[in-house]
Design a binder for this molecule. Structure first.
Ligand code: ZN
Length: 267
């Protein structure tokens, strides 16, 4: 960003502070689980949007001021790379022999995102619906009263639509749903799944270039110059149209990545 007083450029800095599993013994290095890797890619996406901003106003630059619908697009976009065989070759090596990950293991990693994907999607829809219901319609009971629903009753009511197995009466998941009570995502949890629609469709723009490095670079630059550069300073609708060349988002890529689309409809 540009310093208004001096006209000098100020380079954005992002810190990513992570936990790492401890080594199993003194003679071994720490090894990341695959989920740690996707989390690292996710957070790096937030960092990229922060560092590549071209907005000069801190309140709207990078990840600041982004609409909830679009908040997790840049982060979830990056998660897709962790499942690419080319990237697995570059980053996944045996810690003793330095050998690349075997072919069948790479295939397993790529297929793993399809494992129980329908249930995982329903789980996110449950969390999002429950969060929205509690923060928009729920009237808290007065203390000592048993009239009306408790928050756990609301959980069970929403679950009738979103869970194959209803929560048991003792279920107190809500006591640990920190995102929506202390994590800043109150009435905003939906952003993960909603943004994933966009991040999957944005990643499909790269997939559609099938093998052409130059055209993938062109898409990558366009992504950097629109979605990443505009941050909260431009209506996401406009940023999306400039990047994708069309209004609106299509659900196909999200379903395809999750293995929820029929084989004939796959690319
Ligand atoms: Zn995130």
């Amino acid at each position: 960003m540009e310093e208004p007083a001096t006209g000098k450029l100020r380079i954005p800095i992002a810190y990513m502070i992570c936990n790492q599993p401890p080594p199993l013994s003194d003679s071994e290095p720490s090894r990341m689980k695959f989920q740690d890797v996707t989390t690292l890619f996710h957070e790096f996406g937030h960092c990229l949007q922060h560092m590549l901003t071209t907005v000069n106003y801190p309140q709207a630059s990078g990840i600041k001021g982004l609409e909830w619908d679009f908040l997790e697009v840049a982060s979830q976009f990056m998660e897709n790379f962790a499942y690419e065989p080319e990237w697995l070759d570059r980053m996944a090596h045996h810690y003793k022999t330095d050998e690349s990950m075997p072919q069948d293991m790479k295939k397993t990693v790529m297929k793993s995102r399809e494992c129980l994907a329908g249930l995982a999607m329903m789980r996110q829809l449950h969390f999002a619906t429950l969060d929205m219901e509690l923060h928009t319609n729920y009237k808290a009971r007065s203390s000592n009263s048993t009239d009306g629903e408790s928050i756990f009753d609301v959980n069970r009511r929403i679950a009738q639509k979103t869970c194959l197995v209803p929560p048991i009466p003792e279920d107190r998941f809500l006591c640990s749903f920190a995102h929506i009570f202390g994590g800043g995502y109150a009435a905003g949890y939906y952003s993960y799944k909603y943004s994933e629609l966009y991040s999957a469709d944005a990643y499909a723009a790269l997939e559609e270039q099938a093998g052409s490095i130059e055209s993938k670079r062109r898409i990558g630059r366009k992504y950097r110059d629109t979605i990443l550069a505009y941050g909260g300073g431009t209506d996401p609708k406009q940023a999306w149209k400039e990047f994708r060349g069309r209004d609106g988002v299509q659900v196909d890529a999200l379903l395809r990545h999750s293995g929820l689309q029929s084989a004939t409809a796959k690319m």
